[in-house]
Design a binder for this molecule. Sequence first.
Ligand SMILES: Cc1cc2nc3c(=O)[nH]c(=O)nc-3n(C[C@H](O)[C@H](O)[C@H](O)COP(=O)(O)OP(=O)(O)OC[C@H]3O[C@@H](n4cnc5c(N)ncnc54)[C@H](O)[C@@H]3O)c2cc1C
Length: 381
Amino acid sequence: MEAPVECDVLVVGAGPAGSSAAAAAARLGAATLLVDAKARIGEQPHCGEFVPKQLFVECGLDRGPVVQSVEVMETCVISLRAQETRKGPSPSSAESVAAVVCGRATQPSPGYLIDRPRFDRDLAREAASVGALILSSVRVTGRAGDAWVMRRKGCEMQVRARLVIAADGALSSVASVLGEPLPEVLRGVQIEAPLVRPLDRTLVYLSREIVGGYGWLFPKGRVANVGLGVVQRRDVNPSSLLDRFVEWLVDAGMIRRGVLARSSGVIPISGPRSPLVKGNVIFCGDAAGLTHPITGAGIAQAVVSGEAAGRSAALALKSNGPEHLDGYEREVLGRYRGVLTHALAKRRLMSRLWDIEDFRTVCGQTWIGFHGYRTRVKSGE
Ligand SMILES: Cc1cc2nc3c(=O)[nH]c(=O)nc-3n(C[C@H](O)[C@H](O)[C@H](O)COP(=O)(O)OP(=O)(O)OC[C@H]3O[C@@H](n4cnc5c(N)ncnc54)[C@H](O)[C@@H]3O)c2cc1C
């Protein structure tokens, strides 16, 4: 076994959080190593690819990965029940009774649909350009004393770092190695399908059958990301639900049949990890549980928290002052705690009401597109 590689900051995971962290740390002079299990950074993303416009302005991101711009989000309350029993070819439009919308709302939601692989690769390239060393095909698997153990193409290597940034996603290996709990997650499944006509908005579909989650149709020019996120329950099969949702959208004249790509992943929904810093390990992005517990959106929080983690790590090392790590927790929670705590309360309310309450009432109280979302959840509700 070779001697462990030494660095100031080890960043595990080169998604939006990890690459932003590595860039911030390296820019401030920390010797930074960024590792990712994937052979090619950004490959096989599991993502609806919607990002708020504000993120690009705030973080000065390059618009290269932008595919389409949208200004509004439309929410539709539907029922997928008709697809459950239907067999055989699609019915004629006269028979197409399934595609009924029983509630609708539109709200401003300015954003971009991005090419996520390119977005991730651009962030990693930026980290490399300011001096971070990036190693792909490296999976962190454990610890040996104070060194982190990783596997690369069948070989083991060890890295000893003064600080570690865990940016390895919802099911963080770093958290597991430290014996930290993993979050409750939604399972997300998605296809890319051809659109019948281009769309100028994102569409969200709420249906009692999409338990604890929602379906989405996010346009990208002539194609769209069509997916759904659902709670993990024995009686819920995400793939067959997606098939029914796709049929519904075909019936509704939104998409054509044809799967151009397929992906799946998990979305953490139990709110921020506590604490965000454990010993010399700083959690950010999905690994920190910063994803919105109702919408599942997490790219913006990943970039922002990653940058804060990298900057705080480098400053803490420079000054030998752990207060920069406390500052990280304060900065990130100061920014997101209010929004995420409210969303978490709404998710718990949603779980209690989903199977028993009138569905439109559930949606009205718990989906961000409806006014009732803003009302606070009273204790005991
Ligand atoms: C189906 C689906 C659709 C989504 N749609 C949207 C959307 O439209 N908009 C939005 O804002 N959010 C969306 N999200 C959430 C968004 O994808 C995440 O919030 C975001 O990717 C978090 O970034 P991250 O850098 O924290 O983690 P990730 O992007 O998950 O990156 C983690 C990285 O760590 C690496 N890694 C994991 N384990 C190890 C290990 N042991 N060793 C080394 N490397 C490791 C992985 O290879 C990966 O590259 C969606 C999620 C899903 C599942």
